[in-house]
Design a protein around this ligand. Structure first.
Ligand code: G3H
Ligand code: 13P
Ligand code: ZN
Length: 309
């Protein structure tokens, strides 16, 4: 049991038709719920921390919680920085003991994205840490960076090949139609699988990453709304589409929004049904179980990663 990089998990995933789940963590209950599910399903696991999560919980708390999770569960876990926006945050996480960092230079022109990514790769690799980068832009909100839907541009396969060759990056996040958050599509959901295949054909040995991969399961949105929420018109990526992506070279699937919805639905339900209770353990316990159930469902039915540890 240890902090591990994604090298072995991705090498194995490239040979199969499943993907490794990368779940965002912000506190103890979320970490425990996810780790419980990975243990039950005997699945490889990536826990990822955003800049917002570091700000919310303080880096040392998240690091120590994941360390505790590894020791308690006996699992190997990859600890990954999600959407690092500059060299400094990537360096901090490498120095802190993260085993994987994402440098997100997708907002820069190609040459600048390459130069900045390369700088992170050189530093991370010198400390045996792996790097994910992003090319092409997702619609939606990435931390403080607001990307307008109309200016979102899908990943160009030729540029992807050039980018990987020039940066030496370990995995590549691609834009094929997904976006962050709970409002991914106004009309019919669409992912550009043809483009994904073209990228894979040019980069057969490079693990591809799918951000914005939550499904925004209608029953969880409905439960939030039933118990006082107001989340109208939310729509995610249908689970069959994620399944298809896993069979076409996607090795890492990022999920945050579905965990948020599962947790919030449960806490809302608890508050409405138990107005006299005020012990946080009473609602955070069921919320942790809801996270576990959601992650188990993802691993088993969407990512196909059960027993792939
Ligand atoms: O890609 C974004 C993730 O869902 C993290 O969200 O920046 O609000 O922590 P956050
Ligand atoms: P969702 O908002 O679809 O869960 O995506 C999360 C993500 O991509 C984190 O990097
Ligand atoms: Zn993301």
């Amino acid at each position: 049991m240890a902090f591990v990089t994604t090298r072995e998990m991705f090498a194995k995933s490239l040979q199969g038709d499943y993907a490794v789940g990368a779940f965002n963590v912000n506190n103890m209950e979320i970490i425990q719920g996810i780790v419980d599910a990975a243990k039950i399903e005997n699945a490889p696991l990536i826990l990822q921390v955003s800049a917002g999560a570091r700000k919310y919980a303080k880096p040392i708390y998240l690091l120590k919680l994941v360390e505790a999770a590894i020791e308690d569960s006996g699992l190997d876990i990859c600890l990954h920085l999600d959407h690092g926006e500059d060299f400094d945050i990537c360096k901090k996480c490498v120095d802190d003991g993260f085993t994987s960092v994402m440098f997100d230079g997708s907002k820069y022109p190609l040459a600048e994205n390459i130069a900045r990514t390369k700088e992170v790769v050189e530093y991370a690799h010198s400390k045996s840490v792996v790097v994910e980068a992003e090319l092409g832009r997702l619609a939606g909100i990435e931390d403080s960076i607001k990307v307008d839907g109309r200016s979102a541009s899908f990943t160009d396969p030729e540029e992807a090949a050039e980018f990987v060759a020039k940066t030496g990056v370990d995995s590549l996040a691609v834009a094929i139609g997904t976006s962050h958050g709970a409002y991914k599509f106004k009309g019919e959901p669409f992912l550009d699988f043809e483009r994904l295949e073209q990228i894979r054909a040019l980069l057969p040995g490079t693990p591809l990453v799918l951000h914005g991969a939550s499904t925004v399961l209608p029953e969880f949105v409905a439960r939030c709304n039933e118990y006082g929420g107001n989340i109208p018109g939310a729509k995610g990526v249908p689970e069959e589409m994620i399944r298809t992506a896993c069979k076409h070279g996607v090795c890492k699937v990022n999920i945050d929004t579905d965990l948020r919805l599962a947790m919030t639905a449960e806490i809302r339900r608890y508050f409405i049904e138990n107005p006299a209770e005020f012990d946080p353990r009473k609602y955070l316990g069921p919320a942790r179980d809801a996270i576990r159930d959601m992650v188990q469902h993802k691993i088993k039915n969407v990512l196909g990663a059960s027993n792939q540890r």
